[in-house]
Structure formats: C-alpha cells, structure tokens
Design a protein around this ligand. Structure first.
Ligand code: ME8
Length: 522
C-alpha cells in the first residue's frame, strides 16, 4: 500500500444553491487532482458538504423542513452539481453521515480525557447571522456593530473551550520553518502577521442544545452539540478513518483494524480553500491536529474571491453568476477554462459576462477550436484522414513549451500553465498554418512532401494539446483524442512527447469543439 496524494476542498454549507465561488474552488481542486493523476500519481480527491450549524438549521426552518430531510434534498442538488462540473472526486462527504459523526465524537472524547478542553461561562454580544460572539474590537467608532453582522444579541452561556492559546508560540515557529505550508506567500504572511500581533483566544467548541440542536452531540455532556469547526474541519480526517487509513486509526489507538481495502491518505497533501476560512485552516486546524497527535497537512492553498461586475456577489441584490445556466449555454469546458484562465490562485477576481464571452470567442472558438478543426479537416481533405510520415519541424518548440507547462503544473501555477499552452502552442500552431499555407500547397502536387510535413506537425500538435489540456477541459481533450481516432484518454502527461502519431493512422471525423456564437449577449 502506498500513500495517495490526498487533496481536499472546503465543504460547502448547504443553506442554498451552489454559486460561482463554490464552482471555482472545486474546479481548481479538480484540475490539480487530474494533473497529479496525469503525472502517474494515485490521487484521492475529496469534496462534500458542511451540513450542521445555525445557518443550515435556520435555512431548513425557513423552508418549513426538518434539517435532515432539508439537507438530503439539497445534497442531491450539490452532488449533481459536482457531476455537472465534471469533478473527478473519489468521495463526497456529508457531515451528517454516521461515519463522520462517529469520528468527531471519538476525537472529542479522547481530547477531553487528555485535558484539552475546559468549561467556562461566557457573556458577550453574539451575531445570529455570523454565528459568532463579537468583541469590543468589532465595534465601530460609534459603538454599534457593522450591519453585516445582522441582529446582535447579548448572551450569557456555558460552553466548552479548546485550549488554543497555549500552542500559539509553537504555531508561529512552525509557520516560520515551513514556508510552503500556507500558499501563496501573501496568505502565509497574513497568518503570521495575525499571530504575531494578536493573542489567540481559546476556541469555543460547543453550543448549548437549547440554542442549537442541529449538530453532533457532545459525547461527554448531553446538554451541548459540537460547534462548526470541531465538526467541519474534522471531515478531513474522518473520511480517511472511514477508508481505514492506518495513520489516522493509529492516532485513535483504541480501534486499529487492518483492512484489505484500506487507503493510506493522511497527511493531506493540499487543502484548497478560500481566503475567508484561512484562519480556521492555518490556525485552528494545525493546533487541533497537534492535540490529536497527527501530522499536519503539507499545504493549505488559498484562493481569492470572485466578484461580479466589480461588486460583491449577493443573492439579495441579484448580482450573481449562476454556473448552471452558463454551463447550459456554453458548455462545462468553456466555464472550467474561463475561471482558471481568468483568475490565478490567490488574488480576487471579477466576472463579467463580456469578459467570459470574449475569451470564449477569441481563445476557445477562434484559437483552440479553429486550430483543431482546420488541422483535422485539412488532413481529411488532402490526405483522406491518413497521417503522413512523421516530421519534427515544430517538435523543439512544442517540446519546450510542454516542458514549461509541466513545470508550472507541478507548482500549481494553473493560470500560467494555461497561458503557456495557448500562447506557445495554440497561437504558434495557428501562426504555422498561416505561414505554411497548406491550402495553397495542396494546389500543386509538386508540394506533396511539404504538405505532408505541415499536416503531420499540425495533427501531432493537436494530439499533444489534448494531453496538456486534459486536466483543465477533460471533455474537450477527450473529444480531440476521439477525433484523432485515438483510443483511450489523453490522461497521462507522458503522452505529451512529440512523435506519438504514427504514419498511416486514420483519424475520425472532425467536429467543431466550440461552436461560434454569432451574437454575443450583453
Ligand atoms: O465556509 N469566490 O462554506 P461556504 C470564491 N462550510 N470562493 C468563494 C466565494 C466567492 N465569491 N464564496 C465562497 C464554508 N467561496 C465552510 C467551510 S471547510 C472545513 C468548511 C468559497 O459554503 C469559500 O471561501 O461558505 C470556501 O472555501 C467555500 O467557497 C465554501 O464556502
């Protein structure tokens, strides 16, 4: 048994429909998962849903349903959404599943016995909307709280706390010694800046049952349920436990059972998350894992947030991008392509319909689609679809570009990799068509050998493009392979070396990959 490359996303709250931000994160993670598979690694890609807590309880109540059936219904929508995005996830976790609940409870019992928690009374101002206690620091100069916190009430209640504070020096030291732990660097600096200038408060890990009942019961005090982060974050570990991962089972000592079908997953290789949940992942989670005596994940990869037309996306103002309607109209790969091409992992991005349509038209329809379509159509027309003898005129350039793409992919520089594919390969090959003018060569039989060369170079470039593009736009890459008459899938980077097409091979029918849209919508 060898350890798999274990990659996760945030698990989304099921208090509404999936939006662009959710879709983006899952696509980024899916591209990374496919890249690693393509490099020959054994990957385990996990995504799922965060079902407990006040927000979900409230959303269920608002729709007149009990939380579990409410979640069951929405979970079906979200799972269908994952399929629609063509995610290649290996598991889909829901935090209301017994396999997760059992692990959360076992961990809580163990940490309680080891003295990591204490019970204390807290009096403070509480934001119902954000499910969080507010401090004096959250007040505005006029002593009021930001309206973003919604209704704020004063509460006095007992709760259990996790001793977070004591580990602060250790965490600062760990972050300093492990520069790749939080990426990109700007996010790591943010965490370090925060830790160096604030004293951590201990972490409240419960809610009184009287106030919240939609949660995992605290195993050692029936009056409480587990509050979100000791529930949600633990899914990264409960899923490996459910798959019999010896590393996480060993940490629980009590129940090591060796299973034939066990998977070695922990530690996670990458947690892909959005910037708003950085503190939970880069501060709470490492300390929780230290208390659990488990190694830390290798990397937390933090993406920025999407806005639309320069404004925050919000259901109430109607300023949203509905991924499903985009996919219905333009296809899943146009959507996958755009979000990764437009936004590097790190900064915030801005969606505009005009920007999306411009990239569709220039890069997918006129760039990639046109290249593949005219290359294969010319091979059909001039050589009856039969691949001519091999030629390596473009080989040095394409091999160099493919090497660059692979290097960027190894660093999770997805946007740069896509740009290289398009600038150095798609644009170069389209320029090659213009320079060599095969339609002119075809007019004179004396140019037959030259036409053979040109057609080989173009067809082989299309094959390599399918391989390099597969992690990003898998369905399109597979279509290119099918149109090339090749069996199997373009899912291994090793296929991207020049010269894979053999003379005499017959291609299939070319079909437009990205139909041109005549009248772009505004
Ligand atoms: O935070 N642009 O769930 P969530 C980009 N359940 N990403 C966005 C975004 C936007 N406009 N809006 C949200 C939660 N996201 C918790 C996570 S993990 C153990 C628990 C991202 O549904 C957000 O940053 O509010 C997060 O990574 C993910 O979507 C889920 O957000």
């Amino acid at each position: 048994m060898t350890k798999r490359f274990y990659l996760t996303t945030a698990i989304d709250y099921v208090n509404g429909e999936p939006h662009l931000g959710h879709a983006y994160e899952k696509i980024v993670a899916d591209v990374i998962a496919r890249v690693h598979r393509s490099f020959g690694e054994n990957v385990f890609f996990l995504t799922g849903l965060d079902e407990h807590g006040q927000k979900v309880q409230q959303a269920a109540l608002d729709s007149g349903k009990k939380p579990q059936p409410y979640c069951d219904e929405l979970a079906a929508t979200w799972k269908a959404f994952a399929k629609r995005l063509n995610l290649s996830n290996d598991d889909f976790v829901r935090t209301s599943e017994p396999r997760h609940r059992a692990v959360v409870q076992a961990i809580l019992s163990k940490l309680h016995a080891a003295g990591h928690f204490y019970k204390a009374q807290y009096r403070g101002f509480y934001s119902l909307k954000e499910e969080t206690f507010l401090t004096e620091k959250d007040r505005r100069p006029d002593r009021t709280f930001d309206p973003g916190y919604g209704e704020v009430v004063e509460l006095v209640e007992d709760n259990y706390y996790f001793k977070l504070k004591a580990h602060q020096p250790w965490l600062i030291q760990y972050l300093g010694a492990n520069p790749d732990f939080v990426q990109p660097a700007q996010r790591r600096n943010e965490v370090l800046g925060f830790l160096n200038s604030n004293e951590l408060d201990d972490l409240c890990i419960t809610r009184p049952l009287a106030r919240l009942n939609w949660g995992i019961p605290l195993p050692f005090d029936e009056h409480f349920v587990t509050y979100v982060w000791f529930d949600a974050l633990v899914h990264y570990r409960s899923v490996p436990a459910a798959h019999g991962d010896p590393a996480v089972l060993a940490a629980r000592k009590s129940e090591i059972r060796h299973r034939k079908d066990a998977l070695e997953l922990w530690p996670a290789d990458i947690h892909v998350i959005g910037k708003d949940i950085l503190k939970f992942h880069a501060v709470y989670w490492p300390i929780m894992l230290k208390a659990m005596e488990l190694p830390l994940p290798k990397q937390i990869l933090v993406h920025g947030w999407w806005r639309k037309d320069g404004q925050k996306m919000s259901k109430s103002t109607g300023n949203i991008v509905n991924p499903i309607s985009i996919i219905d109209e333009w296809g899943v790969d146009a959507f996958r392509y755009y979000v990764v091409r437009e936004l590097d992992i790190g900064p915030d991005g801005n969606w505009t319909d005009a920007g999306f349509q411009a990239r569709y038209s220039a890069e997918l329809a006129n760039g990639l689609g046109n290249l593949v379509n005219r290359s294969l159509s010319m091979l059909k027309r001039y050589r009856n679809g039969v691949v001519p003898p091999s030629s390596d005129e473009l080989a040095p350039e394409i091999n160099r570009a493919a090497g660059h793409v692979r290097d960027r992919l190894r660093e999770n520089k997805l946007q740069e990799a896509l740009m290289s594919i398009f600038f150095s390969i798609v644009d170069r090959a389209n320029q090659y068509v213009d320079q060599t003018a095969p339609f002119k060569l075809a007019r004179d039989p004396a140019n037959a050998a030259r036409l053979d060369q040109v057609l080989y170079n173009l067809t082989e470039t299309c094959r390599i493009l399918a391989v390099l593009l597969w992690p990003f736009i898998p369905a399109t890459a597979e279509k290119i392979f099918a149109q090339l008459g090749l069996g199997g899938r373009p899912d291994q980077m090793s296929y991207a070396d020049w010269g894979g097409l053999n003379a005499g091979h017959s291609i299939a029918e070319p079909v437009a990959l990205f139909p041109r849209k005549d009248q772009p919508k505004n």
